[in-house]
Design a protein. Structure first.
Length: 264
């Protein structure tokens, strides 16, 4: 089978299988558990950003100052994007500042967190496609193992993404549809990299930095403040443990992927 066909097949499966595996877990949760596991999602996001995506962006870019500047610019850009979403809702309906005081649905943030996480996840999926293509262009066995590694490290992050979409007010069907659509960026990245790999290499750190920025922004600006509404010691300990579990999941998967000796 031609290398391009391997890249297309692996990119499709790499994106779709990680989303479907995460959906099998996240979409079968009882609705009452979704808000509880937002703490886990925060840990998975921060773990993926600081332990997986950001280090790889620095390694790919070669200049830590440039990469961290891109992350800072990305955080500011996501702040502006969130403001634009807020302004749109303030014109279309009651302004969010008042809606939060009267709303009986505390987990509905007008889709802001979900929108931001989808943007960042699309950047990340695109880079995964580039990595798959680069591996297959070396040899087919390396490409297959790389695709499996990408599926493995994407699953915990995708679980977190699903939980955030549900927390943000998306229906289960819409959460699945949008994540599947975002996963197609893996195919786009793989095909473009096959034809333009030398040109794409310079763009990889930029996409990774923006992906890390979206994860950090959503976790810190949108999700963590909501945890402070539960001030009891027991609830706080539960939140800390679940955040730690989310980070630990990323650490464990990263360790396993490193053991395979392939890019991630």
């Amino acid at each position: 089978m031609p290398v391009l066909s391997w890249i297309i097949l692996a990119s499709l499966l790499g994106g779709l299988l990680s989303v479907l595996a995460a959906a099998a877990f996240a979409l079968t949760l009882r609705s009452g558990l979704v808000s509880l596991l937002i703490s886990y999602a925060i840990g998975a996001l921060l773990g993926a950003a600081f332990l997986e995506v950001l280090p790889h962006a620095i390694e790919s870019g070669g200049d830590p100052a440039r990469t961290t500047s891109l992350v800072l610019a990305g955080i500011l850009a996501f702040f502006v994007l969130e403001k634009l979403v807020l302004w749109r809702h303030c014109h279309e309906e009651q302004c969010e500042g008042h809606a939060h005081q009267e709303s009986h649905v505390p987990n509905d943030d007008h889709g802001r967190s979900g929108l931001l996480i989808l943007v960042g996840d699309t950047f990340h999926n695109f880079v995964d496609g580039v990595l798959i293509a680069a591996a297959f262009m070396q040899n087919v066995p390396l490409g297959i193992v790389t695709a499996l590694a990408i599926i493995a490290h994407e699953i915990p992050q995708e679980v977190g993404d699903f939980l955030i979409l549900l927390h943000s007010g998306y229906s289960r069907a819409r959460a699945l549809a949008y994540n599947l659509l975002s996963s197609l960026a893996t195919l786009v990245g793989g095909v473009l990299a096959y034809y333009l790999l030398s040109a794409m290499e310079g763009a990889v750190p930029v996409f990774l930095a923006l992906a890390a920025a979206s994860m950090i922004y959503v976790a810190v600006a949108d999700l963590i403040p909501g945890l402070h509404k539960r001030r009891e010691i027991g609830a706080t300990m539960q939140q800390v443990l679940l955040i730690g579990l989310g980070v630990s999941t990323i650490v464990i998967v990263r360790y396993l992927v490193d053991g395979w000796g392939v890019p991630h």
